[in-house]
Design a protein. Structure first.
Length: 96
C-alpha cells in the first residue's frame, strides 16, 4: 500500500505537469500541483511535509522537462491568450 501512494502521486504530477507554455510556467505549475498532491498523499501516509517536498520536486522536474508542443493543456490564466506564441514555438496552430 505504501508503494502505491507515491506511484499514484508521480502519475498525477506527470499528467498535470504540462500546464503552461513556457518552461518557467510548467516548472512552477508542476511544482505547485505536485506539492499539493504530495502533501495530500503524505498526510495519508503520515508525513505531509515530506510528501509535499517530494511531490514538489517531482512535479517541478517533470514540468520543466515537458515539451509544450507535445503536451498542451492551454495557456495559464496569467498569460495572454494569443495563439501566435504557440505558432512560433511549435510551427502549427494549437490543438482545439
Amino acid at each position: 500500500m505504501r508503494a502505491i501512494l507515491p506511484a499514484a502521486g508521480c502519475a498525477v504530477a506527470l499528467f498535470l505537469a504540462g500546464c503552461g507554455t513556457y518552461q518557467g510556467d510548467r516548472l512552477a505549475s508542476g511544482a505547485l500541483i505536485g506539492g499539493a498532491g504530495g502533501a495530500a498523499i503524505g498526510a495519508m501516509a503520515g508525513n505531509p511535509a515530506m510528501g509535499a517536498l517530494a511531490g514538489g520536486l517531482v512535479g517541478g522536474v517533470v514540468g520543466a522537462a515537458t515539451d509544450p508542443c507535445s503536451v498542451n493543456l492551454g495557456n495559464p490564466i496569467w498569460r495572454n491568450q494569443n495563439s501566435d506564441d504557440y505558432w512560433r514555438r511549435c510551427g502549427h496552430a494549437p490543438p482545439r
